[in-house]
Design a protein around this ligand. Structure first.
Ligand code: 8OZ
Length: 371
């Protein structure tokens, strides 16, 4: 029986253990440029089997929050090279999470102050963050405009270009497609946000089309073995809602099964919150069974509120990887702490988004505390 601390292969990725650092938005990249401090932060956490970067915009249009990083433009790519170099020097593996926020944005963050783009012109009942006079301000997201079908190939191409930049230019070990949490690809999947009447709306196979086109384009460019995807069937994040998620997501994973992906990353329940949502029931075992029955061989990564005991049980039950979010904010040496049952530092929510080293690179290793 494998343990959480045993090596595992996920596609082309040879991972030292099954503990993954989940993507965590930290808003410390002014002008979307990754900083040297970010390189230090990720390198401190390099004992994770795999690091997934914070969500990273594939274009200016894909931006939805102040000071989140991008993967376009020379300065942004150079910033990421510093990060991948530092992580690799520390012996780690790192993939970048490719992000298009769709309607979860604000005019002020969009090229030329234009409207954010979405499957349909339905405003998300959620907030985003701007920086005003140096301080973060929460504001409602702007009314989006519905994308023309003719604009979608360009978006697919932009994902593909970002994936190529990730592995060829910036040294990432692979990419994770952000298909979760109410952002563009999830907006297309779910009928609460997608009311299109063309080939990208209506029946499940149409709503899944953009996500699958993006995934195929990336796999074609960099190989499935370096490509993962994150899904959140019933998340409450960003006004995401589908009236019948079980068949929707079973269709998605059956199609993904044909693409030889490195991994599927599944958020169980409400992102960063309750694992059980009585008002949004979902059968994750059936989802996994549908993927395997369709021939899917990617690693199965689970996420949301795991502690050591739950993670060990998940691995016993057949999960290949377990992603930890908040515990990695406060515990750079989380793998070693879990291994030795050391107590965990508690993260400070006041320093999650924005700021500098405080609450970012200054959480101590356990060894530093006891010596
Ligand atoms: C927290 C704050 C802003 C963005 C996600 C990228 O939920 C995010 C995010 C999380 O996937």
């Amino acid at each position: 029986m494998p343990s959480l601390f045993d090596p595992v292969q996920a596609g082309d990725l040879q991972l030292a253990n099954r503990i993954v650092m989940a993507p965590l938005t930290r808003n410390r990249a002014p002008d979307a440029i990754p900083t040297p401090l970010m390189a230090e932060y990720y390198a401190q956490r390099a004992t994770a089997g795999l690091l997934i970067t914070e969500a990273t915009a594939i274009s200016h249009q894909a931006q939805g929050y102040a000071d989140v990083p991008g993967l376009y433009g020379t300065e942004q790519l150079d910033g990421w090279k510093r990060v991948t170099g530092a992580v690799h020097d520390a012996g780690g593996k790192i993939v970048v999470q490719l992000w298009h926020v769709g309607r979860v944005s604000h005019n002020e963050l969009q090229p030329g102050g234009g409207k954010p783009v979405a499957p349909s012109a339905i405003t998300a009942r959620t907030k985003t963050v701007l920086i005003k006079d140096g301080a973060p301000v929460f504001v409602p997201t702007s009314e989006p405009r519905a994308l023309d079908a003719e604009e979608l190939p360009e978006i697919v191409h932009t994902y593909r270009a970002a994936a190529l930049n990730a592995v060829e230019t910036t040294g990432f070990d692979g990419v994770e497609i952000h298909g979760a949490n109410g952002y563009l690809l999830d907006q297309f999947l779910k009928n609460g946000s997608n009311q299109r009447t063309d080939d990208y709306g209506g029946p499940i196979r149409n709503r899944a089309r953009l996500l699958l086109e993006v995934t195929r384009a990336i796999v074609d460019a960099i190989g499935g073995g370096r490509t993962g995807i994150r899904l959140s069937p019933v998340t409450l994040a960003n006004d995401a809602f589908d009236s019948d998620p079980q068949p929707l997501f079973e269709h998605v994973v059956k199609q993904l099964a044909r693409l030889d992906l490195a991994y599927l990353h599944i958020i169980e329940g409400a992102t960063g919150g309750a694992r059980d949502l009585p008002e949004r029931p979902f059968d994750y075992a059936a989802l996994k069974a549908a993927y395997r029955a369709a021939g899917g061989k990617g690693a199965w990564m689970v996420n949301n509120g795991y502690d050591k005991a739950m993670a060990e049980q998940a691995v016993k039950d057949g999960a290949d990887l377990v992603a930890f979010g908040k515990p990695f904010i406060a515990n750079p040496d989380l793998v070693q702490r879990l291994r030795s049952n050391a107590p965990l530092n508690q993260p400070d929510p006041a320093t999650f988004y924005g700021g500098g080293a405080e609450g970012y690179t200054d959480y101590p290793d356990h060894e530093e505390l006891v010596n």
